[in-house]
Design a protein around this ligand. Structure first.
Ligand code: ZN
Length: 100
């Protein structure tokens, strides 16, 4: 059965409408993702990644590290562990020399 030009046109506009709605939906989802990200950030900020209790910022050798008020786990910000291992390099070398 031949397709009438008018129904082809309808299909074209239906497709255009679909694409328009799909774009709106896509933007909504992208916004949802950033809202969800923000919500999670607020929920987890300064909370222990292991037990979920409050982290307390303490100073250790001039660095600010976060220690858990519950399980006493220690959380480093990016780069802090490397800085600490520089301080501790001597002590670590001595420790590992025991196993040689
Ligand atoms: Zn903890």
């Amino acid at each position: 059965m031949p397709i009438k030009p008018s129904s082809k046109e309808d299909e074209y506009f239906a497709r255009m409408e679909f694409e328009r709605l799909r774009k709106i939906e896509e933007e909504k989802q992208a916004h949802m993702k950033s809202t969800e990200k923000q919500r999670l950030k607020e929920l987890h900020h300064m909370k222990c990644p292991k037990c979920g209790m409050q982290l307390i910022e303490i100073e250790y050798r001039g660095l600010k590290i976060d220690e858990c008020s519950e399980c006493r786990g220690v959380w480093f910000d990016a780069g802090e562990l490397q800085q600490i291992s520089k301080f501790e390099a001597g002590a670590l070398t001595r420790m590992f020399s025991i196993f040689k």
